[in-house]
Each structure stands twice: as C-alpha cells, then as structure tokens.
Design a protein around this ligand. Structure first.
Ligand code: IFM
Length: 474
C-alpha cells in the first residue's frame, strides 16, 4: 500500500463555485440582469437554451449546501458575489437585501468552521454597464472599484480572503474576442481594451478594499494562466509559444505583479490596436501589493507556428467560434495534447499544474499561492441504487493533488486547494450538460447526492493527506 501524501496542517481544503452558476433567483430581492442573463436569452448562444434562472437554487438552499460541505469535512469555500444583486445598475447605492444574502451565507459558513473566500467578479457584469460599453470602456473599472468597496465594507469584518477577479482572460477574450461567453462580442481590439480595463479594475479594487477592510485580510486575483507548450523547438513554434504566453499570461500578471506589459505584446498586437487606451499612471494603479495569488488549472495548451500546423488545427479548447479568442494570433495553431481527456475534451495532465505552480513561485516570490480552481467534468449518472460513482474524478484529483504536494516539496508556498466545483452547475455556454461537481445535482428535483469523489475528497480534507487513488470514497 503506497504511503499517503501528507499536507501541511494549516492547508485549506475547499471547493469553489460562482454566483451565476449556482444561485438562481435572478429576479429576487432587487437583482437586475447581468450580461449572462442576456446572453442566455440570445438564441444559439447557450447549449439547449439553458439559463441560470434557477441554476441549482443555492440562493434558497444555501443552508443545506453549507451543511453538506461541513458534513463532507471541507475547511474552506470559495464563492462569488453577484454584482447585479448587490448594485443592480452597476453604480450608486447598494441593495441591502442583496448584501444580506451574502452576510447570511458567510455567517453560516463560519458557524460550521468553514473559511470563506470571496471572489468579487466571476463574469456577471450588470447589463446596464455593458450597455454603457462594458469592459472595453474605462469607466467600468471605476464602477468595479466602487462595487468592491461596498462589498468589502459589508463583509470585510468576517471574510479574510478576497479575490478581485476570476479568470480575466475569459472575461476579455471569450467575452469580447471569440464571443463564446457573454456579452458575445467578436472584436479583437475591444478584447485588448477589455483586458487592460480588467487589469485596472483589479488594481483599483485592491486599493478600494484596502481602504475599507481590516489590514489582516488578504487580497488576491485568480488567473487561469496557461501552461503553454510547443510541438517542437523549431523557431516558429517557440515564437508561437512566446506570443500565446504573452496573451494568456503576461498580459495579466505583467502589470499586476511587475507593473509592466510584456514588451513584445505591443508589437505582436500592433495590427489590432495601438494601445492608446493605456493612460499615464495606469500601470502604477494596477501594480498593487498583493497577499496571495490564485491559480486555476485544468489542462495545458499546445501550440505551433502556422508552418507546423496540420490543416484545421484550431483546438484551443475554448469553445466553437469562427472568431479566435487570441488577438492577432490567427497564424498560431492549437493542438490537442495527447492523453486521456475529460468530458470537456481537455487532456488530463497533472504535470502542467506542477509546472504552473513552480513558474508562479518564481514569478511572484513572497506571495502565498492557492489553487483556486481545479477539477474535471464527467458524464456522471446515478446507479440504480441512487449512488453516483465517479472513479475518473477521484483519479483526476489524486493526480493533481499529488502534483500540488510535489510543488510544496519543491519549495512552493501553496496554502490551499479549491476543487471545481462543489456541485454540478451551469457550465456557461455548455449549459447544464457538463457536470463538474463533486456533488451530483438532479436537475429535475434539485436533490444533491455526494458522488464518491466528494466522500474521497472529504476524507482528504479531514485527514490532511491524499490516500491512494484506489480508495473509492465509499
Ligand atoms: O466553470 C468554470 C468556472 O466558472 C471558471 N473556470 C473554469 C470552470 C470550468 O470550465
């Protein structure tokens, strides 16, 4: 029997969700539409015409959901606040009933000994702000800082862990580039403007949070930084890697961690934009001291230069669109990494997580690292006895947690892991078709059933050690 892998005693064992994916109650207590409510109602945008109207009804079932987490043995929970629930028009005063929901949720978590981590933005921009121009407009960054201060003031006394943005790459490049995410625009110049204004929003909101919260609280951002690999060391492939690394990673961590965009990014994208939207002082405003960095990891990215690309090689794993999410990189080819895949078609490769952690240990020395998302979608179905067995997910978690443990051994300061996701939920343009949950949700009854992976992961959380993958959580 192999030895279990033991983690540091204070390591946080969590699960993650986001507001639009689980809450439902989209018209209650003063909430107004976000860009995702609008996108879901645009024919052909979301699989099966699914919406987040009900989602998994967490807004009404949060007490049961917290009890379930406690029963499993989780010690942390990462959730997002819905901007249009708290500040419906994206400006002006807050709606108290919206804030009260999150206070109740946080109090419930604390009463169960579960540490809350709040994400301020997980993609649900108030529609009114999109109507005013959305993230390509500079004003949206200032509106976000105002909203951050409202939430920080309301919850800062009881929530220690704060995350400004979740995966700004998706907001900018899937939302305004390929259009597979809300608001569904397909304009590469707008996508780059959006990226800059998301960076500015991160910096301004970090400053705003610091101004209203106790100094002990920690502020971070969650990046879905890509592990970019090449099919060969040919110069055109290495150049493709450099360009995609800039667009996936450096465009965000450059200004946030180092106060500068990668120098070559400007030349790479010159045919799309002149970057004149970057104003004097912006980089200083973005480059705020952080306490931690959140890393979201699912699969590596494999690229080549166009000359090494078989016809039609465009498998970047970010959904179907005639428009690339990668501005000015139409000649870069994306390839499927060899190996087993999850239901999303994403190759399972825990070595990528190790590589990512070690890179950011170097890129962000002194910052605590958290894996703020990692997980897998599978086509889970209940057995006739009502149980849901998901050995593939256990194997996935085992592999990735082993990679985290290895990174700690190799010197990385990783303090916690949040499994994506606590329960099955609305998987954006895929609707409810893809199940990422450790807990199975029957969408007809909304009943929750922990899958075997939830029991397995709960055991990990309780013991602080990863057992052998053969332990099925039963
Ligand atoms: O469901 C999403 C989540 O909202 C953001 N990160 C990736 C997950 C899986 O696609």
């Amino acid at each position: 029997m192999p030895e279990p892998l033991t983690f540091p005693p204070a390591f946080l064992w969590g699960a993650a969700t986001s507001a639009y994916q689980i809450e439902g109650a989209v018209r209650e207590d003063g909430r107004t539409p976000s860009i995702w409510d609008t996108f879901c109602r645009t024919p052909g945008k979301v699989n099966g015409g699914d919406t987040g109207d009900i989602a998994v009804d967490h807004y009404h079932r949060y007490r049961d959901d917290v009890a379930l987490m406690a029963d499993l043995g989780l010690t942390a929970y990462r959730f997002s606040v819905s901007w249009p629930r708290v500040q419906p028009t994206g400006r002006g005063p807050a709606v108290q009933r919206g804030l009260d929901f999150y206070r109740r949720l946080v109090d419930e978590l604390l009463a169960h000994g579960i540490k809350p981590a709040v994400t301020l933005y997980h993609w649900d921009l108030p529609q009114e702000l999109e109507d005013a121009g959305g993230w390509p407009e500079r004003e949206t960054a200032y509106r976000f800082a105002e909203y951050a201060a409202i939430v920080g003031e309301a919850l800062g006394d009881r929530v220690e862990q704060w995350i400004t943005l979740n995966e700004p790459w998706c907001s900018a490049f899937l939302g305004y580039g390929s259009g597979v995410h809300a608001p569904g625009r397909t304009d590469p110049a707008a996508a780059l403007r959006a990226a800059h204004h998301l960076n500015l929003a991160h910096g301004l909101s970090t400053t705003a949070l610091r101004g209203v919260m106790p100094a002990r609280n920690s502020v971070a951002v969650s990046l879905n930084s890509s592990v970019v690999r090449t099919v060969s060391d040919a110069p055109e492939d290495l150049d493709a890697k450099r360009r995609i690394d800039n667009l996936a990673n450096g465009i965000f961590h450059g200004p946030m961690l180092h106060g500068a965009y990668p120098e070559t990014l400007f030349a790479d994208t010159a045919r799309v934009t002149d970057w004149s939207f970057v104003q004097q002082g912006d980089l200083g405003a973005i480059h705020q001291p952080l306490d931690a960095l959140g890393l979201n990891y699912y699969t590596p990215t494999l690229v080549s230069g166009a000359e090494n690309a078989p016809a039609g090689a465009r498998a970047d794993g970010h959904g179907e669109s005639n428009h690339s999410p990668w501005p000015a990189a139409d000649d870069v080819a994306f390839h499927q990494t060899p190996g087993d895949r999850t239901e999303m078609g994403w190759t399972i490769d825990p070595t990528g997580l190790h590589e990512l952690i070690m890179r950011y240990s170097r890129e962000a020395p002194g910052l605590a690292l958290y894996i703020t998302e990692n997980g897998a979608a599978y086509d889970d179905k209940p057995d006739p006895d009502g149980r849901v067995h998901d050995p593939e997910r256990i194997a996935y978690l085992h592999g990735h947690l082993s990679a985290v443990r290895q990174s700690i051994t190799d010197g990385a300061d990783v303090r916690g892991y949040y499994l994506w996701s606590l329960m099955d939920n609305f998987e954006w343009a895929y609707g409810y078709e893809k199940r990422f949950g450790a807990v199975y949700v029957d969408y007809a009854t909304l009943a929750r059933t922990p899958k075997s992976s939830a029991r397995w992961y709960g055991e990990v959380a309780r013991t602080g050690a990863v057992p052998s993958a053969e332990t099925g959580g039963e």
